[in-house]
Design a protein around this ligand. Structure first.
Ligand SMILES: NC(=O)c1ccc[n+]([C@@H]2O[C@H](COP(=O)([O-])OP(=O)(O)OC[C@H]3O[C@@H](n4cnc5c(N)ncnc54)[C@H](O)[C@@H]3O)[C@@H](O)[C@H]2O)c1
Length: 208
């Protein structure tokens, strides 16, 4: 990926993985915006790049915070989550609202804002206790915790929206091609008519 003038948004950018991603994006020349509620993330994690990053303190479940975060974004890396199996067991409803509901909100807002791509971090917890390494997406899904279920459902939602977006793009391209073909046909028709008219005029003007 190359540097862009439109920003990259990293939700959960003050967390463990997110802050490393932010460092790398800044290094690659991206304008970076972070949305984080600092529930487990720390501003110190961003110390090296703090002056170069637009930091928004907010919740991925808050429509206003999300609308502000996705303004004019080129790409969204959605990492904000309660990344904890024990917490999801202790509070399935609360964690579901963030891990699934928050993801849906980010996906929807990113699409409306015209983001070119949304990258979502799922989890290998979706493959249960399988000892197989490395984990592959072709492994059987085994949702042994609310966390695994929430993240896997969010991943499926993301995939479904990406397919829908691809279909919409194909439809728009097909419409553009049809318009272009119709325009070319019309130009060719007018050209033919003009040639016929000229030929008729030449015949009429010719000495009899
Ligand atoms: N660490 C791993 O081994 C691992 C493995 C697979 C997937 N993941 C996924 O990667 C992502 C990042 O994980 P991590 O290990 O860096 O966790 P982390 O807890 O360090 O980072 C999560 C970040 O999200 C923020 N956050 C939480 N709830 C929020 C909310 N409602 N609104 C805004 N921000 C919120 C936290 O403050 C934190 O900064 C998560 O989506 C997690 O499910 C992590």
């Amino acid at each position: 990926m190359s540097a862009q003038s439109r920003p990259a948004l990293v939700t959960g950018g003050a967390g463990f993985i997110g802050s490393h991603l932010v460092d790398r994006l800044v290094q690659d020349g991206w304008r970076v915006r972070v949305l984080d509620d600092f529930s487990s993330g720390r501003e110190e994690n961003l110390a090296a790049v703090r002056s170069q990053v637009e930091l928004l303190r907010g919740d991925v479940c808050d429509p206003d915070a999300v609308a502000k975060a996705v303004e004019r974004v080129e790409v969204v890396f959605h990492l904000a989550a309660v990344a904890s199996v024990p917490r999801s067991v202790g509070d399935p409803l609360g964690t579901d609202a963030i891990n699934l509901g928050g993801t849906l909100r980010i996906l929807d807002a990113a699409r409306r804002a015209g983001a070119r791509r949304v990258v979502f971090a799922s989890t290998s917890a979706a493959y249960g206790e399988s000892p197989e390494l490395p984990k592959r997406e072709s492994l059987p899904v085994d949702l042994a915790s609310p966390y695994a279920l929430q993240k896997h459902a969010a991943e499926l939602l993301h995939g479904q929206q990406e397919r829908e977006r691809a279909l919409q793009h194909q439809w728009q391209m097909a419409q553009l091609e049809a318009k272009e073909r119709a325009h070319k046909d019309e130009v060719a028709r007018q050209q033919r008519e003009m040639e016929i008219r000229l030929a008729r005029e030449q015949v009429a003007d010719a000495p009899h």
